[in-house]
Design a protein around this ligand. Structure first.
Ligand SMILES: *[C@@H]1O[C@H](CO)[C@@H](O)[C@H](O)[C@H]1NC(C)=O
Length: 645
């Protein structure tokens, strides 16, 4: 009952949010059921991996690898009996979360100062070097209490508002000297929901470095003072005591709105401005293109049908030929326009996979918009994406088979087999190779072998059979009928000139769908590489819609020009011209690298390029599919509206 109410409220509010930018701070997220504690109850603190963050010095990110919290070089305190993994969703694991138990003892609403997390730790020089390097790279520690990340208080200079950014610094650099934080002031906001019912609604950690802290045994400690920071020597052993204090602060924030402080929109005004800007341009463009297209098409069709009439009226031999001579433009290629393209198998496989991606992305964004995938359900975004992709294998197989049938293909076995295997296999192979790099660096971001096996099993046991079933149904269905007959002998194609040549047309057309998404792409990249929470699905939904419209519209336009130039090879052309926006996405990723990232190692660069190429490749298939189907619809429509004897 309760969750249902949450969800519809979320849906309503996200719809509302699209029209009320100022309310974005009050964005409400349905989440997991609240946990209440009584005063003095033990509140578990869980630890996640360490992640690179944006440097405070120059706003750059210097690494892409994450490290396990209990990586031996950090010497962080372990709980009695060793740390245990907390069970997580598949999406959460694939996206890098490694959540484990910790030795920190927190008791609801009980302030405690200067406790030792464990006894004294000794850093060898090798470990000191490793940790100092991580401090240079601005690594953040990620803790979770009651599903809520421990953050640092930050001020947004644009709007002068304070917000919590998840993660807090492992150390800091003072005068070119890395300093390790070994004391944590944990400030927890709690909300009293009822009598003796307390809920965690916010966590801040203020880390500091105290060289002279000493452990007194049994969790007691004597904390040093701030003036003497702890520096890990790279020449001799350093002794370190990890200490913490806990302060509970009563708060008016309710459990339902506790994520608001974390989900900070960096300058929503700029965001809205650029979005509306691109939307206006795109809508204007689409309007212009479709009016011009409709007008000239109507003229063409009227002319063709009039000529047809004339040709029929003076039924004599010569008149007919004259009127045919007068024919020009796209009608001339009516006997070839439905001729199957070269490599029909490859195109049908790509289109099947594109349809699968299209459904997956559309449904994921819609679910997210309805509030099902809130950040409080860790990893739900990834899990839902994988699940939907698997299930839509059916659509992929079906579309691939139907298209192949329309192309008069006869290598059916290959079509059945390649559709579920070619592209997912390629993606998996690239993912596996990149994962080897991550693994070789000793990073915790490497996906465990068992998870890999699970992914492969899901793919083979669910996705492949569904795809084959879809293909079978598509194979049995009647072929889509073309409105005009195809001639025996292919027509000569005059050489293409100007912007109708393949490369210029791709570059020209590709830039427009990219224009619709590039604002949002920046935020998506931020959330991937800066591990920021992404939740602006309202924006994403609008951008996705705009992208689809633009891709469809400009591809139809280029196909129209192509047919007017008597070139009937529109199938591959429409796929590639719409897909060309992927080249811009890749170029944008490179630009982003130059602007926001500064990697210290070549492996990080390889990883970044690999993932960028993977994302761009999938985007190519997705947008190409949109372009192809829009063009197919268009071609079928225009050729069925003229009379051909
Ligand atoms: C704990 O410390 C905080 C911050 O100093 C203070 O606001 C709060 O009242 C204290 N709580 C208790 C239960 O003493």
């Amino acid at each position: 009952m309760r969750t249902h109410g949450f969800t519809s409220a979320g849906a309503f509010l996200s719809a509302f949010l699209l029209f009320a930018p100022d309310l974005s701070s009050a964005f409400y997220l349905p989440g997991v059921a609240p946990t209440s504690y009584r005063a003095g109850d033990k509140v578990p603190l869980q630890v996640n991996h360490l992640t690179p963050s944006q440097s405070a010095r120059d706003a750059q990110v210097r690494s892409v690898f994450s490290f396990d919290y209990y990586h031996q070089a950090f010497h962080f305190c372990k709980p009695d009996g060793g740390p245990k993994y907390i069970s997580e969703s598949l999406g959460s694991i694939l996206f890098g979360d490694r959540i484990q138990t910790s030795p920190f003892e927190l008791h609801m609403a009980r302030n405690e100062t200067c406790k030792a997390a464990c006894g004294e730790q000794v850093f060898e020089t090798r470990d000191a070097k490793f940790v100092n390097r991580r401090i240079w790279q601005d690594y953040d520690i990620n803790w979770l209490i009651d599903g809520l990340p421990a953050g640092q208080l930050q001020l947004d200079p644009n709007s002068n508002t304070q917000f919590y950014s998840p993660g807090f610094a492992l150390g800091r650099v003072d005068d070119e000297q890395p300093i390790l934080h070994n004391h944590y002031d944990i400030l927890i906001d709690y909300h009293e929901a009822g009598r003796d019912q307390y809920r965690v609604v916010g966590i801040l950690v203020v880390p500091s470095s105290l060289r002279d802290s000493r452990s007194l045994g049994e969790g007691k400690a004597e904390c040093g003072d701030q003036s003497a920071p702890l520096i890990l020597s790279e020449k001799e052993e350093t002794k370190v005591t990890y200490t913490y204090s806990v302060y509970w602060r009563p708060s008016a924030t309710s459990f339902a709105t506790r994520w608001d402080k974390y989900l900070h929109v960096y300058d929503p005004k700029i965001h809205w401005f650029s979005l509306i800007n691109s939307a206006v341009i795109v809508v204007f463009l689409i309007g212009m293109v479709s009016t011009i297209l409709l007008r000239s098409l109507r003229k063409d069709i009227a002319r063709y049908n009039r000529l047809d009439q004339l040709g029929l009226d003076d039924f004599g031999g010569g008149g007919d030929e004259d009127s045919v001579q007068e024919d020009s433009g796209w009608k001339l290629v009516h006997g070839d326009v439905f001729r199957p393209p070269k490599n029909p198998l490859l195109l049908s496989v790509l289109l099947g996979n594109g349809a699968q991606l299209f459904m997956m992305t559309g449904f994921t964004i819609a679910f997210a918009l309805l509030g099902f995938l809130s950040p409080s359900n860790r990893g739900s975004l990834g899990t839902v994406m994988i699940l939907l992709y698997t299930l839509f294998g059916f659509i992929g197989g079906h579309v691939s088979a139907r298209v192949y049938k329309a192309f008069h293909g006869d290598a059916w076995k290959q079509n059945f087999a390649y559709t579920p295997i070619a592209i997912p296999g390629l993606v998996f192979a690239v993912f596996f190779l990149l994962n080897l790099f991550v693994w070789a660096r000793g990073s915790s971001g490497a996906v465990p072998f068992t998870t890999m096996l699970v992914v492969v099993a899901i793919w083979f046991l669910i996705s492949v059979p569904l795809s084959v079933a879809g293909s079978w149904l598509g194979f049995r269905a009647a072929a889509p009928t073309a409105p005009v007959r195809t001639n025996q002998i292919p027509r000569q194609i005059p050489p293409a000139r100007g912007y109708l040549r393949p490369l210029p047309s791709m570059l020209l057309v590709g830039v427009l769908p990219f224009g619709a998404i590039f604002v949002e792409l920046y935020f998506v990249l931020n959330s991937i590489w800066f591990s920021r929470v992404y939740y602006m699905f309202g924006f994403l939904f609008l951008c996705y819609g705009l992208m689809i419209c633009t891709a469809a519209c400009v591809t139809v336009l280029i196909v129209y020009f192509l047919l007017c130039a008597e070139n009937y090879h529109w199938q591959w052309r429409s796929f590639c011209t719409a897909g060309a926006s992927a080249a811009y996405v890749f170029a944008y990723c490179l630009l982003y690298w130059v602007r926001a990232l500064r990697f210290g190692s070549w492996t990080a660069g390889v990883l970044y390029l690999g993932y960028s190429a993977l994302i761009s490749g999938l985007f190519f298939v997705l947008s190409g599919t949109i372009g192809f189907f829009a063009s197919w619809l268009f071609v079928t429509k225009i050729y069925s509206s003229i009379k051909i004897d």
